[in-house]
Design a binder for this molecule. Structure first.
Ligand SMILES: [Fe+2]
Ligand SMILES: [Fe+2]
Ligand SMILES: [Fe+2]
Length: 310
């Protein structure tokens, strides 16, 4: 099931994300169902975008530049378009200080989760995962400390505290292959990947907000942390979880994911319409149409590929 969209699986994460948010960030006055559907969809979009970027890199390495470009374009639709539109719909982005506090809450939760996952990976005799989880936990502690300092700098400009430099990112190469660990640790890797993809997507939006507010150092901090979530943490976990297969396999997984996304957006549009939120219903319907186009493009690429090689 790796690589398919897991609507139910993110429900708990969505509840956690809603909890620490300010009222303004939670739903922007929309019906509760719409707020929940938008946030659930954002988790899904972030995961799809990160997954397609990994598939794009693998296609590029496999000498399939056309397929690589398709994956990259689709990833941009999911993140810059769908995720961003749903964030705007639900009022997800707040003030720079509120965004930092959302980051701090997420990173604090990561410390607890990664601690447990590292212990379980060691018990599951998967030292590579235990090592990765421990290393990621150290990085998250660094993000947490930087964000705490940035809050100080913003809240009390007279303190002399400045927004810290972003962390240095050392991208991990995508390696196709099967899952490397026992089922429990593989499931933990999947949960971790979902969190990393969402963190990347939300920090990217927070960076845009900071840049627009005239805070380039804060924008650089959010972008740097986001790139580490995506290019080090997500990819490192994906390599151990067996997220990436060969190019036709990745296309098949993506076709299934887009089919599930269409069903989800159809249901979300219906709920929004029933709740009297015409704007949300229209957005969900429009995204459903985009997912259909993605599915068709992936199908065409797969047919082209199997036709040319088989
Ligand atoms: Fe999407
Ligand atoms: Fe991370
Ligand atoms: Fe899509």
């Amino acid at each position: 099931m790796i690589g398919t969209r897991r609507w139910l699986g993110v429900a708990a994460a969505v509840a956690l994300c809603l909890a620490p948010m300010s009222t303004a960030q939670a739903s922007a006055g929309r019906p509760a169902d719409v707020g929940t559907d938008a946030l659930t969809a954002m988790h899904d979009e972030a995961f799809a975008a990160a997954q397609y970027l990994a598939y794009g890199e693998a296609a590029s390495r496999a000498g399939r530049p056309g397929v690589a470009a398709l994956f990259r374009r689709t990833a941009a639709d999911e993140s810059s378009d769908h995720f961003a539109a749903e964030a705007a719909l639900s009022g997800f982005v707040g003030s720079d200080v509120a965004n930092l506090q959302v980051g701090i809450t997420g990173e604090s939760q990561d410390l607890t989760d990664y601690d447990r996952w590292a212990t379980e990976a060691a018990a599951d005799r998967c030292p590579a995962a235990a090592e990765l989880f421990t290393e990621v936990r150290r990085d998250e502690a660094g993000h947490l400390a930087r964000y705490a300092t940035a809050v100080e700098a913003l809240v009390d400009p007279a303190s002399g505290v400045t927004v810290p430099d972003p962390p240095a990112v050392e991208p991990v190469a995508v390696v196709p292959g099967p899952a490397k660990c026992a089922p429990r640790t593989t499931a933990n890797l999947q949960s971790a990947m979902q969190g990393e993809a969402f963190a990347w997507a939300k920090y990217t939006l927070f960076a845009k907000h900071a840049a627009a507010a005239g805070r380039p150092r804060l924008a650089a901090l959010f972008n740097g942390a986001g790139q580490m979530e995506l290019r080090e943490h997500f990819v490192g976990e994906a390599n151990l979880a067996g997220l990436v297969a060969d190019v036709p396999g990745n296309l098949r997984i993506s076709i299934a994911a887009e089919t599930q996304a269409m069903a989800m957006y159809g249901a979300a549009a219906q709920r929004a319409a029933q709740a009297g939120d015409a704007a949300a219903a229209a957005l969900f319907r429009q995204i459903r149409g985009d997912e259909r186009s993605h599915r068709e493009a992936f199908l065409a690429a797969l047919n082209n590929l199997t036709g040319s090689t088989g």
